[in-house]
Design a protein around this ligand. Structure first.
Ligand code: FAD
Length: 383
């Protein structure tokens, strides 16, 4: 029999990414519980650009890298520009996030971060969880796991993108305005360009799709090059940095067992219709912390109507993406930025949600809603 060297913690968090570090930070602000964070990478730095709205407030609302007050959406020749008092779109480099969070957590005596570790086994029991790494056995009451889910959904819809940080040799960008969506195509899914200008010379251009099929990297690259040639003819540029992602536009079947909880993307903290999870990580981590302190069953609030509407929207993309041009046009033209932000964040009440639904093509929504209900009832399946 193997003789493990045993170490006990109140809480173990697997993954020192967005959800793992936010959860550890929230728990550590409110309690002295011992926390072990296990990360497979040795070094985590600048690999992603996270954006979020300045509402609701979180610890990065005042520690961002870039901020914009003007938001542009472009559909064909129609440009919709928003500028509302007090609403800002904020950008945070993942390197800024990791540095701030790890420095803060590493100062605390009750928190330990293990980097570059390969987990051999996880054992879940009603009264405890065990994580085995080499000859060490780490025991805890609560185990939170942000490792990406290995379950692939057949025929699932994905948000997939490749972004290039481009540096122009001339001042050609309006660095006060973010291009949220510049729609390029509505056939076989949706394709749009997302542009974050960091200065008048530097911006991230991201070719983004909502579709079932992902493509070779070359396709996204060609889209970006063509976009640059069309919009900035004869301006020289170089490519500085690349980010990419494939995000599920469906909910995972979350397997919460005893005191084992998937968090982050595998815990459905990502809003499936938009790919945002930044604000949800704070909201859900606060809820979990409260449940732990109050000694209550750990629960995450899931807004049923919002999840249902996300499914209806994703079903529309899968079935008839060409109909979505009018859908997006109405969504962006007929709603104010505050309502849109609430919807994108997922912290919207039923009446505000209804207000948005009433601005959209009702017949298409109704047919898609019926489709989703049918799938759920007949096949016990979500979109
Ligand atoms: C390029 C990109 C840009 C994005 N931009 C935004 C945005 O602007 N706004 C927004 O709200 N959302 C954005 N998202 C979506 C989402 O917020 C991020 O993907 C976010 O990082 C998800 O958080 P997470 O904790 O689930 O995963 P992660 O942040 O990826 O954290 C998971 C951690 O687990 C570690 N890990 C994996 N396997 C193991 C293992 N076996 N053992 C130990 N550790 C392991 C990983 O190394 C990683 O550090 C973006 C996603 C990508 C990919």
């Amino acid at each position: 029999m193997l003789n493990f060297s045993k170490k006990k913690f109140d809480i173990i968090i697997i993954g020192a990414g967005l959800s793992g570090l936010i959860l550890a930070n929230e728990i550590s602000k409110k309690s002295k519980k011992s926390i072990l964070i296990i990360e497979k990478k040795n070094k985590i730095g600048y690999e992603k650009n996270w954006c979020f709205w300045n509402k609701p407030h979180n610890i990065f609302t005042n520690k961002y890298d870039t901020s914009w007050e003007s938001i542009k959406v472009k559909i064909d020749e129609e440009e919709i520009i928003y500028k509302e008092n007090n609403i800002k779109y904020l950008h945070l480099k993942s390197s800024t996030f990791y540095k701030y969070m790890t420095e803060r957590l590493e100062k605390k005596k009750n928190i330990k971060i293990l980097k570059g570790k390969k987990i051999n086994k996880i054992k879940k029991y009603p009264e405890k969880n065990e994580v085995i790494i080499g000859k060490f056995k780490y025991e805890c009451k609560f185990l939170f796991d942000s490792r990406p889910s290995l379950i692939k959904k057949r025929n699932g819809l994905f948000q997939h993108f490749v972004g290039y940080e481009v540096i122009f040799y001339k001042n050609v960008l309006n660095n006060k305005q973010v291009t949220f969506m510049d729609f390029q195509s509505f056939s076989d899914g949706i394709n749009f360009m997302y542009i974050l200008p960091f200065s008048s010379k530097k911006a991230l251009f991201e070719s983004t799709y909502f579709s079932k099929k992902t493509f070779s990297r070359l396709k996204y690259k060609n889209n970006i090059t063509k976009y640059l040639d069309d919009n900035f003819p004869n301006v020289k540029y170089k490519i500085n940095f690349k980010e990419e992602g494939v995000l599920p536009m469906f909910n995972h079947n979350v397997k919460q067992q005893f005191n084992y909880f998937p968090i982050g993307i595998p815990g459905n903290w990502l809003k499936s219709s938009t790919g945002y999870s930044f604000q949800n990580c704070f909201l859900n981590s606060k809820l979990i912390t409260k449940n732990i302190i109050d000694n209550k069953k750990i629960r995450i609030n899931n807004n049923f109507f919002l999840i249902f509407l996300d499914e209806v929207f994703c079903n529309l993309i899968m079935k008839s993406s060409k109909d979505l041009k009018i859908f997006f046009l109405y969504f962006f033209k007929k709603n104010n930025l505050m309502l849109i932000v609430k919807f994108l964040n997922g912290n919207i009440n039923f009446f505000d949600l209804l207000k948005i639904i009433l601005t959209l093509p009702k017949k298409k929504i109704f047919i898609s809603a019926f489709d989703v209900i049918k799938k759920r009832v007949l096949y016990n399946e979500s979109t």
